[in-house]
Design a protein around this ligand. Structure first.
Ligand SMILES: [Cu+2]
Length: 504
């Protein structure tokens, strides 16, 4: 009796179709990572449904959804899909969003990158129990940009975001509209995650000791909640809104054919000028707005969005250990470990299927002029504060302390400009996220020693590598209240690498 026949007799052929060739072996199957993986058919990319104001409800619930052809997975999502819907708003609008919690545990959503009133920021002390709801009132005071939202539940942010409690939040405004950037089918919001997929279609999340230190890495890429999808494109220019929504992974985003990316914006909207780059490093929480030109790709060929390999950024870990070994010294794959930090991954395949005459906005030269200069403060900073990020003895600390929900760590007078200096004294990378602000990266000392092209606009999250000091200029002039600053490696955040600050 062959295996297919056996499985059918056991009644599992349709319920658990993940093993080799049963029944999804196809020419579109693939292998991910270094070790043999189940061959699965590839699914088309899906864009999350769009929700708009002035009022709507997001219902967080457990669902079983299709994440690859014939493969269902249990997700936790604030909507009907594998991740949350894309919120679209216009600057100046006011949104009233109700979060209904039908999950079996507490949750709360944070609107990442947006400056909102204290009550709308999703501080973990505002989390609601299962069966409860929370009403957000959000005036959109920020400029056009690619923001996002995700769970901020105390000690549960990592697993909830991993299971699908995340989505995009796009703000549009008049200033951006005048540039006639690729829109409609040529604008693709892409929420990138990595997960470990078990043979029964479950998302495995169980950081063991070394993963609590370095981070939790998946073995399978997901875009908009779909496993390694395919998207059909025309021979013209597309706008990709890239969001790193992984738990811990730094992505070195590039195109598989070596073509360059035209970087037009970042965390806080469009840059003053676009810049052509070969790759973009995005840490968890960071975003990039890029134009990709498919006009030179012959119809019938594919180009993939990939994360290129890079040496392990863990201090003291060389290239050798970064490749396939990770911190676990071989515990990695045997223990179900994912592709290590810096490992190569294919994220999304673009199949060029139509030749079209490029539209006027498709000229990269046209985009090289000034896009949208953000209004930034030139006030001199009132003070400098230093925050030292350290990881040792199974603890992740900021200035020697782990998070205490009730302790106020920093008090800032409303309206003041400050320099915040983030120092990474640990062996691990830390993407530092500050709620309620868009800051300017002023200087990086040590490590890479410079400001990267994708850090030249307003930002809310900045990657601080081991040995680096990064200075940012922050203005606290939106709202008074209690907010958070934390590491956005969600394993570190859940372990307490977070502090409260209050604007008074
Ligand atoms: Cu961290």
């Amino acid at each position: 009796m062959d295996r297919r026949h056996l499985l059918r007799l056991l009644g599992t052929a349709t319920a658990a179709p993940l093993f080799d060739g049963v029944p999804f072996l196809s020419a579109l199957g693939d292998t991910i990572g270094a070790s043999p993986r189940p061959r699965l058919a590839r699914a088309p990319l899906r864009l999350a449904p769009v929700v708009r104001g002035p009022e709507f409800t997001l219902r967080a619930q457990e669902r079983v959804v299709e994440i690859a052809p014939g493969v269902n997975a249990r997700v936790w999502s604030p909507g009907d899909g594998p991740v949350g819907p894309t919120v679209e708003a216009r600057a100046g609008e006011r949104l009233k969003i109700r979060l209904e919690n039908a999950l079996p545990e507490h949750t709360i959503l944070h609107w990442h990158g947006l400056r909102v009133p204290e009550a709308a920021d999703g501080h973990p002390r505002l989390a609601i129990a299962s069966g409860q709801h929370y009403d957000y009132d959000i005036p959109i005071i920020d400029r056009a940009g690619t923001y996002w939202y995700h769970s901020h539940a105390h000690h549960r942010t990592g697993i909830q975001a991993y299971r699908g409690m995340a989505g995009l939040f796009i703000v549009r405004d008049e200033h951006e509209s005048q540039w006639q950037l690729p829109a409609g089918a040529h604008e693709l919001p892409l929420l990138i995650q990595d997960r470990r997929l078990t043979p029964t279609g479950e998302f495995e999340y169980n950081p063991v000791m070394h993963e609590v230190m370095e981070g939790y890495f998946g073995d399978t890429p997901f875009v908009n909640g779909i496993r390694l999808p395919i998207h059909d494109v025309e021979t013209t220019t597309y706008r990709l809104r890239l969001v790193n929504a992984t738990t811990s992974r730094i992505l070195r985003l590039a195109l598989s054919n070596g073509a360059s990316l035209q970087l037009i914006g970042g965390d806080g909207g469009l840059f003053e000028r676009s810049e052509t780059v070969d790759s973009i490093d995005l840490a968890t929480g960071e975003r990039a707005d890029v134009l990709v030109d498919f006009s030179k790709v012959p119809v019938g060929q594919s180009v993939s969005l990939v994360s290129q390999p890079f040496p392990s950024p863990v201090n003291g870990m060389g290239m050798g250990m970064g490749r396939g070994m990770g911190m676990g010294m071989g515990m990695g794959r045997m223990g179900g470990g994912g592709i290590p930090q810096g490992g190569a991954m294919t994220l999304l395949e673009f199949r060029v299927v139509h030749g079209v005459t490029p539209k006027p906005w498709a000229s990269p030269l046209a985009m090289a002029r000034t896009l949208a200069p953000p209004e930034r403060s030139t006030r001199s900073p009132a003070r400098t504060r230093t925050f030292r990020f350290d990881s040792m003895a199974m603890q992740h600390t900021i200035n020697g302390r782990t998070f205490d929900m009730e302790r106020m760590d920093v008090t800032i007078p409303f309206g003041e400009t400050e320099i915040w200096q983030f120092e990474n004294a640990s062996p691990f990378p830390h993407p530092v996220h500050v709620h309620e602000v868009q800051f300017d990266v002023m200087q990086r000392i040590g490590g890479r020693g410079r400001i990267m092209p994708w850090e030249r606009g307003p930002k809310d999250t900045v990657l601080v590598m081991p040995g680096e000091q990064v200075r940012v200029r922050v203005i606290f002039d939106a709202y008074r209240g209690r907010f958070l600053m934390h590491c956005h490696n969600l394993v570190h955040e859940d372990a307490g690498m977070m502090l409260n600050f209050e604007i008074v």
